[in-house]
Write a protein that binds this ligand. Structure first.
Ligand code: TXA
Ligand code: MG
Length: 461
């Protein structure tokens, strides 16, 4: 199978949400209307229309950008197409998928399907004649949706019976996860397809999630036919998954919306965390509530050593012992034979955030900016750079290479670049990656640290 990467330029708004009634609140999200009048949208729509057609007809999924990460989408109502996702990713089939809708109409049609049979006929208002709220969306979720949709928040809803969703979407659970992405490209693609799209992150199972089309190609080349390239993802980590059907409501996966932001919504003051940060590999004691959280995740090939924000020594950078160890260690393919003409075979990556100085205390030559800029920054919009220097041993001989990436000190920017940095260091053959952890109390920081703890083979606390 040949994989095509199709650029989808989105300079102008591809559409907008209707608010004809001016009702405000959730009514704002009733319908996503595609803007066909703007000539500048012609090229984007010319790429999206055949992709939408392909999604309806084919059992091979299509990769597309969302504001969080790239998704691997398929028609959520057809078993064949949903199975295509699991096949392309190599994903275990007991891990359910998130359903993506373009607007509330699509969501309500899906939820009413159980009562109304085949095509879930439309209800346009939120109240019946008695003014009683008969909305199929549980009241608990409304303050959240008003504030965070469209955006990086996934909610669990009861799967209706009969359900229009293919059983493979929910992996046997009585609930399904759903979100309305804020990416215009994603909303427009879903609208054109006319069906909800099931979409996990478009990485090969266990790899860091893709935040650029290039990452999807690296993982899935030859396994899918189409990658829609909408540039780098804004948020950079996946959506927050919440369950408001239980009491107290819980966060099943931290993501783009922080716990503190959830708490500020009525009915969510007592929200609790129901996820574990450490990799749960080999721990079968309790079935995790979000099945996906039990698998090895977000892992580059390299050994990741994470310095927690609480780690006092970490403030100064990589410890002397860790630095020595890195200088002495061979890369995974680094037996003596791979050292030709003094060619470096020890490759050490450093991902800096709020505390560390360049090279973080690892003995090396002066760091220089990578000359090959195009390669260094596959996400053109991402203002990060890779600096390199020679790695030195105790005697001062060059024994390898250091790659230094700073993600800056702003938490949103750290989240935006995190998966890119892990992938970039993998691509350069890093054997060990040292990461400066951040305080995970507020905002998107919890998602950053959750992903890093899962990627880490070792943690310094
Ligand atoms: O930002 C995102 O959420 C991205 C983009 C593409 O939208 N999608 C994504 O999907 O991250 P995925 O499949 O990689 O992660 C879905 C997570 C998993 O942890 C899964 O177990 C959980 O959501 N999940 C989905 N449906 C669920 C359900 N019914 N009950 C509990 N957890 C569920
Ligand atoms: Mg994923």
């Amino acid at each position: 199978m040949e994989t095509r990467v199709v650029p989808v330029p989105t300079r102008n708004p591809l559409g907008r949400f209707s608010d004809d009634a001016g009702k405000g609140g959730l009514a704002r999200l009733d319908e996503w209307r595609i803007n066909r009048d703007d000539n500048d949208n012609g090229t984007a729509l010319a790429a999206l229309e055949p992709a939408a057609e392909y999604l309806r007809a084919s059992d091979t999924p299509v990769a597309f950008p969302t504001e969080t990460v790239y998704g691997l989408g398929a028609d959520a109502t057809r078993s064949g197409s949903v199975r295509g996702i699991y096949a392309a990713k190599g994903r275990p089939s007991d891990n359910p998928l998130i359903v993506h809708v373009a607007d509330l109409r699509m969501l309500r049609a899906l939820l009413r399907h159980g009562d109304r049979g085949a095509h879930g006929e439309e209800h346009n208002n939120n109240s019946n004649e008695n003014g009683v709220d008969d909305d199929v969306i549980p009241a608990r979720y409304k303050p959240l949706l008003e504030r965070f949709w469209p955006g990086p928040l996934t909610i669990l809803l009861p799967n209706p019976t009969p359900s229009p969703l293919a059983p493979e979407v929910t992996a046997g659970l009585p609930t399904f996860g759903v979100r309305m992405p804020s990416s215009q490209l994603a909303l427009t693609l879903i609208k054109l397809a006319g069906v909800p799209l099931a979409a996990p992150s478009a990485n090969a199972s266990t790899k860091p999630s893709p935040t650029a089309a290039r990452h999807v190609l690296d993982d899935l080349d030859g396994r899918i036919e189409l990658i829609l390239d909408g540039g780098a993802c804004d948020v950079g980590v996946e959506s927050t998954v919440v369950d408001g059907l239980c009491d107290p409501p819980v966060v099943l996966r931290p993501g783009g919306v922080g716990m503190d932001e959830l708490r500020s919504c009525p009915g969510w003051e007592g929200v609790v965390k129901a996820y574990k940060d450490q990799s749960e590999e080999g721990n079968n004691k309790a079935a995790p509530r979000a099945p996906g959280m039990k698998y090895k995740h977000y892992s580059p090939k390299a050994r990741v050593v994470l310095y927690e924000a609480s780690c006092g020594e970490g403030g100064a950078g990589v410890t002397a012992a860790d630095a020595e160890d890195a200088a002495a260690r061979l890369t995974s393919n680094g037996d003596a034979t791979s050292q030709t003409n003094g060619h470096p075979f020890r490759r050490v990556g450093v991902i800096r955030t709020k505390r560390w100085k360049p090279a973080a205390g690892i003995r090396c030559d002066d760091l220089r900016l990578e000359e090959d800029h195009a390669e260094a920054q596959p996400q053109a919009e991402t203002p990060y750079s890779v600096y390199t220097g020679g790695l030195k041993d105790e005697q001062g001989s060059i024994v390898g290479q250091v790659f230094d990436i700073s993600l800056g000190t702003d938490t949103r920017k750290i989240a935006h670049g995190l998966f890119w940095a892990l992938r970039e260091l993998d691509r350069r053959g890093a054997d060990t990656i040292f990461v400066d952890g951040i305080d995970d109390e507020l905002d998107i920081a919890a998602a950053v640290m959750n992903r890093l703890r899962k990627a880490a083979s070792e943690t310094r606390a």
